[in-house]
Design a protein around this ligand. Structure first.
Ligand SMILES: Cc1cc2nc3c(=O)[nH]c(=O)nc-3n(C[C@H](O)[C@H](O)[C@H](O)COP(=O)(O)OP(=O)(O)OC[C@H]3O[C@@H](n4cnc5c(N)ncnc54)[C@H](O)[C@@H]3O)c2cc1C
Length: 427
């Protein structure tokens, strides 16, 4: 087991903490650490944004990196919790398989996918990661290892899906895969000149299994809420399951904080909108699902001050008006979001009580961390709460404690505690 004490932060680079980070090599070492400490939190690859995978004592699962079984006839994979989705992709895509549900980044662990119960661009059709989860092994505070599934320790199974690591340490994960005809996608780009058109595009084009929109939050007047929607479906592609190597660029150092300012952000959004081309084209799987992976360490664009992502979901009946109000509130504030992603969501499994999406729309907004952004977050929280919405805890860094609509105290477990949990509990 390696132990180090250093400053860590998640993807948003805010907040950060000086922490003891241990990386146990196996479950015996995990057990000794769990038993020896009164407080700790499991960490995957730190790709949540805010304070979820942070605490004074952090247990990294990255050494749990073995793929245990690939039952490819049935499309089932079992792996240790620290295996990255990117490593799994390298094994499953050449065999004609893909994930039913994938987030917009592949450098996350299987344990992190369960603990946040991640969703993708196909939520109305496929739900969250838990929809396809068969079972996992969980080490609880007593050091015991429990197998959890819909039939065995079912309460703990559902508490852990989206439970942000508060039930214990996930050791291994078994889940279902989906057959694909090739590694190619047909992508249709729709350019929407305003908010009304962008919602209409989502509603009209529901036959596409995947959809995600980008909003230009800086546009105003008749262009208010303009953006682009990217629909896609898997297609036959000359039987090819090979994935072209992504041309990757890297942000090698933290940019000075002044680089992203309201003017440069407006220019960036203008450029993105004017460059978008309507129509259909073939793209490879990585280009559609993981476009941001092409720019490594893009979080450094925001400088050392970091950024916060505010991702909220509103019930269907309030989505259009609510998002309009949110955009107006942002426009009346000194803050300017650099990137914003709109998704449609369907029903969630009734048992998946901690999953983020509710039937409606979610919008994810990335703001440079300025001194005044917290005031804006408070105003956005009020709107979202008042409309019956919620925020995504895995992105959260500074929202009000009720905003995730989850009570960590109800987990009845004190040992597994992150900064996020402490903040929600008011500690
Ligand atoms: C560019 C980008 C795009 C993203 N797009 C999406 C998206 O489209 N949809 C979506 O749903 N999410 C998205 N995310 C968020 C990301 O998928 C989740 O935050 C995911 O949980 C990160 O996994 P991780 O392995 O890095 O876990 P970490 O960030 O290390 O931890 C996340 C949470 O999981 C817990 N955890 C991790 N491993 C374990 C374990 N073994 N046992 C118990 N608890 C554990 C941690 O305590 C923490 O609460 C995105 C993130 C980025 C950076």
């Amino acid at each position: 087991m390696t132990t180090e004490t250093r400053y860590i932060a998640n993807w948003g680079n805010f907040p950060g903490i000086q922490a003891e980070i241990v990386t146990p090599a196996d479950r015996t070492e995990i057990q000794s650490y769990v038993l020896a400490n009164t407080e700790l939190i499991a960490r995957g690859n730190g790709k949540c944004y805010g304070d979820a995978a942070l605490g004074s004592h952090v247990l990294s699962t990255l050494a749990l990196d073995k793929i245990l079984h690939m039952y490819l006839d049935e499309g089932i994979v079992a792996c240790e919790a620290g295996v990255l989705l990117s490593d799994l992709l390298n094994r499953i895509v050449p065999e004609g398989w893909f994930f039913h549900v994938t987030p917009g980044i592949k450098a996350i662990t299987a344990g992190g996918a369960v603990a946040s119960d991640v969703h993708g661009k196909n939520h109305p059709l496929k739900g969250c990661f838990s929809n396809w989860l068969i079972s996992f092994e969980l080490m609880t505070a007593s050091g015991d290892v429990l197998t959890c599934s819909r039939a065995e320790n079912a309460d703990l199974f559902w508490q852990t899906c989206g439970g942000m690591g508060w039930t214990g340490v996930i050791l291994s994960v078994t889940f279902r895969l989906m057959r694909i005809p090739s590694a190619q996608m047909r992508q249709k780009t729709v350019i929407a000149e305003n908010l009304d058109e962008i919602f209409r595009a989502f509603e009209d084009d529901q036959q596409w299994p995947y959809a995600a929109g980008w909003l230009d939050c800086t546009a105003s007047g008749t262009a208010f809420g303009r953006g682009t929607v990217y629909f896609a479906e898997h297609v036959e592609g000359n039987g090819a399951f090979s994935r072209p190597a992504q041309k990757k660029r890297n942000i090698p150092f933290f940019f000075p904080s002044w680089v992203l300012n309201p003017l440069s952000i407006r220019m960036h959004n203008l450029l993105m909108f004017s460059r978008a081309k309507a129509g259909e084209r073939l793209v490879d799987l990585d280009t559609y699902f993981y476009p941001l992976d092409r720019l490594q360490n893009w979080n450094r664009l925001y400088g050392r001050r970091g950024f916060i992502q505010y991702q909220f979901c509103l019930p269907e009946a309030h989505s259009f008006d609510g998002i309009r109000r949110i955009l107006e509130t942002i426009k009346s504030s000194p803050e300017t979001p650099f990137l914003s992603v709109l998704k449609r969501h369907g029903e969630r499994l009734p048992e998946a009580v901690h999953s983020f999406p509710i039937r409606g729309y979610s919008l994810a907004l990335d703001f440079p961390r300025t001194r005044t952004v917290f005031d804006l977050v408070r105003r956005l929280d009020e709107i979202v709460w008042g409309l019956g919405g919620k925020i995504y805890l895995t992105k959260d860094a500074c929202s009000g404690p009720r905003m995730g609509r989850v009570d960590p105290a109800a987990f009845g477990e004190e040992k597994f505690c992150s900064l996020l949990k402490r903040r929600i509990l008011g500690g």
